[in-house]
Design a protein around this ligand. Structure first.
Ligand code: PLP
Ligand code: API
Length: 445
């Protein structure tokens, strides 16, 4: 499966954005995240065309947790999308990149006082309030700062998306949002409407991630639209904005079969329209928060193959120079990935291997069982669809420096995140004086 601008060139090498990946590996080192700018922009446009073109009041906001750097913020801004941030760090990055504050939406189930102050100071577009503690704290802070932020109330709709347990969020037993089933969501809205220093403009819900078709969204829409009707009846307030969250799936491997975004968008908008007519309520503007489906298939990780361990009759382990520190998803979720031997992209796939990382964990695997051309030390392995939740979930486990990321387009490759160095790793380390004290050394000795 080739994605976006991927091609096999005349040398039999994998090319992305007009750049030979073997050359990229040599020039920038490995592991290396490669981002296909054209595909990233195409994904943005599919969402824009599906949700916003015919409905100017709608917004598509990129869930920056999937992959965020200042360069990515620039592209998202150019593509006319908004931005979903979930922490002071993401907000800071967006603001530093000059992202328009009014198009920033702030999520999170435990925002700190400092984070809320930062949001208020910068007059960001929407704050999605998750719980009572936050609602009161925000109103108090806003009063002190003489602000009236636009807020959504996050509703926990009780919808089970058909996806991995860890990436389900809409079910009743969830840490996110005000439960709908016990009346909390209604009470929170009623209360927010009485507060002077918050301006409630909409509701939010999110049901999970890696969802392949419109069915789960339709279940969410049915619940939320009926709730909008109840809110109108009980509180006399018509909800103007309904944020349905993110979660649109991508094809990591061949058996994954997500519907095209344009089609899902069409079905979602159709369902919203039908419910507003049937329930006799104003059609709300719809907000969606795609993360994975914007950046996921636009990212590829290049690794260099090192040790190969063949256990005859059992398994052949092919180890690469990265692993769970740059892609924790296989270890964490049992995620599946496809890969190409970048310098042998035309060769016949002839042997089944498993791709291991280099970290000190048996679970540090990237791919269990994949058939590839005969692979040798020094080959460049390209793991596909690593754009989302790889760099953003990367760690320094085993003190591995985080890889660099390059943006490729039309034969040009630009670094958007520099490779971490060993110096970076010790930058924040401090040896207290008492540990360097000579007398202590002697005493201990
Ligand atoms: C509230 C919310 N919105 C959007 C997203 C983005 O999800 P995805 O990357 O699956 O589109 C998530 C999950 O990370 C989320 O929790
Ligand atoms: N926050 C998202 C899931 C993020 C999953 C992501 N971390 C992954 O690697 O797939 C949610 O609650 O639906």
């Amino acid at each position: 499966m080739l994605h976006g601008t991927m091609k096999i060139n005349s040398k039999g090498h994998l090319e992305i954005g007009g750049c030979d990946t073997v050359t990229l590996a040599k020039k920038f080192g490995t592991p290396l995240y490669v981002i296909d700018e054209e595909l990233l922009r195409q994904n943005c446009r599919a969402f824009y065309n599906g949700f916003k073109k015919d409905y100017p009041g709608n917004e598509v906001i990129y869930a920056s947790k999937a992959f965020m750097t200042m360069a990515i913020c620039k592209i998202i801004e150019e593509e006319n999308l908004g931005l979903d941030v979930v922490s002071g760090g993401e907000l800071y990055t967006a603001l530093k990149a000059g992202f328009p504050a009014e198009k920033i939406y702030f999520h999170g189930n435990n925002k700190s006082k400092e984070e809320l102050i930062m949001a208020l100071e910068n007059n960001i577009g929407r704050i999605i309030v998750d719980n009572w503690f936050e609602l009161n704290m925000l109103n108090d802070l806003a009063k002190k700062m003489n602000k009236v932020p636009n807020i959504y109330i996050r509703v926990s709709p009780g919808v089970e998306a058909h996806t991995h347990q860890y990436v389900k969020t809409g079910q009743i037993d969830s840490k996110f949002g005000f439960p709908l089933f016990n009346g909390d969501a209604m009470r929170a809205i009623e209360y927010a409407l009485t507060l002077e220093n918050v301006n409630i403009v909409g509701l939010h819900s999110h049901i999970g991630s890696q969802i392949f078709d419109a069915e789960s969204y339709k279940a969410e829409i049915e619940i939320m639209m009926n709730f909008l009707k109840l809110v109108k009846e009980f509180l006399g307030w018509e909800v103007g904005e309904l944020d349905l969250g993110g979660g649109f799936g991508i094809a990591y491997v061949e058996e994954d079969d997500p519907q095209p975004i344009e089609q899902i968008a069409q079905e979602i908008m159709q369902a919203v329209k039908e419910y507003s007519v049937a329930l006799n309520i104003k059609m709300p503007n719809i907000i969606v928060e795609p993360g994975r489906s914007i950046i996921g298939n636009a990212g590829t990780t290049l690794y260099t193959v090192g040790a190969i361990k063949d256990i005859p009759g059992v398994r052949k382990y092919v180890a690469v120079d990265g692993g769970m520190s740059d892609n924790i998803r296989t270890a964490l979720y049992g995620a599946k990935y496809d890969a190409i031997v970048a310098n042998k992209a035309k060769n016949i796939k002839s042997e089944k291997v498993s791709i291991a990382g280099k970290l000190c964990e048996s679970g540090d695997m990237l791919i269990w069982d994949i058939t590839l051309p005969k692979i040798e030390e020094g080959d460049i392995l390209a793991v596909l669809c690593t754009g989302a939740y790889n760099y953003s979930m990367a760690s320094n486990y085993n003190r591995l420096p985080r890889p660099a990321a390059v943006l490729v387009s039309n034969g040009q490759a630009d670094i958007i995140v520099a490779r971490e160095t060993y110096e970076d790793l010790i930058r924040n380390d401090i040896i207290p004086e008492r540990l360097t004290n000579e007398k202590r050394k002697i005493a201990n000795y």
